[in-house]
Design a binder for this molecule. Sequence first.
Ligand code: B1M
Length: 209
Amino acid sequence: MVFNSMTDALVACDKDRLIVMVKTALEQGESADDILNHGLIAGMEVVGDRMESGDMFIPEVLMAAQAMTECVEILKPLLEETGGNHAAAVVIGTVKGDLHDIGKNLVAMMMESAGFVVHDIGVDIPAETFIAAIKEKNAKIVCLSALLTTTMPAMKQTIDAISESGIRDQVKILVGGAPVTQAFAETIGADGFAADAGSAAKLAKSFIQ
Ligand code: B1M
């Protein structure tokens, strides 16, 4: 019930109401994980459906995204699990042409709390910027995020460019984002696919241990 109300507040772009709901739910003993998954992410699914059907427009979707981001900030300390210190550097970004960053930010957060040193290089990132960051940070893991079917090819282009630059053996490349699948990850030569932020951190740990 409380999660349905969160969805309603998100769809109504009512940030203040949403923040109060999140704080109240925490006080009432709901877990940060449940609030994120059943309240906020589920709400964003509805926002996506409305966007697709033309019932919500970009400015409203941006307001909903901002509301979600602020709520994630509240949940952040509670979502973080200590996973030991892996010290390995992770470079993460959303691929070229794609501006979506909420999922990528969640993955970065979970990686950080799993003990990685995370370098978030942002959104709309061309292959050459990924390559420069991998070299500069001596990264062992690279995470590519894409939310659009039209930017999925940029994942392959990025992986190809990393191979051509001669540093492919130095890094494990993980991919994710709503339209991405395990099969797609295999097709483009990624080392792994994660469906959500928690799985991404677990997968990264499995490559380092
Ligand atoms: Co956009 N958008 N959007 N949008 N948007 C989608 C993705 C869409 C599905 C909506 C829809 O039509 N139903 C659709 C894509 C359709 C398609 O490609 N088939 C779409 C579209 C079309 C567009 C535009 C083209 C719209 C337009 O301009 N006409 C445009 C493109 C802009 C661009 O990128 N060039 C656009 C713009 C935007 C906003 C800027 C308004 C805003 C983004 C704001 C922001 O990110 N700061 C926005 C939003 C908010 C969405 C929806 C509604 C929500 C995305 C989100 O944040 N979800 C989205 C609909 C949807 O996804 N249902 C939609 C919550 C987030 C936590 O989930 O990002 O999936 P997600 O991340 C998950 C996993 O996927 C995974 O872990 C995360 C959490 O556990 N994961 C990874 C993500 N990255 C990972 C990386 C990893 C591992 C796991 O690496 C290892």
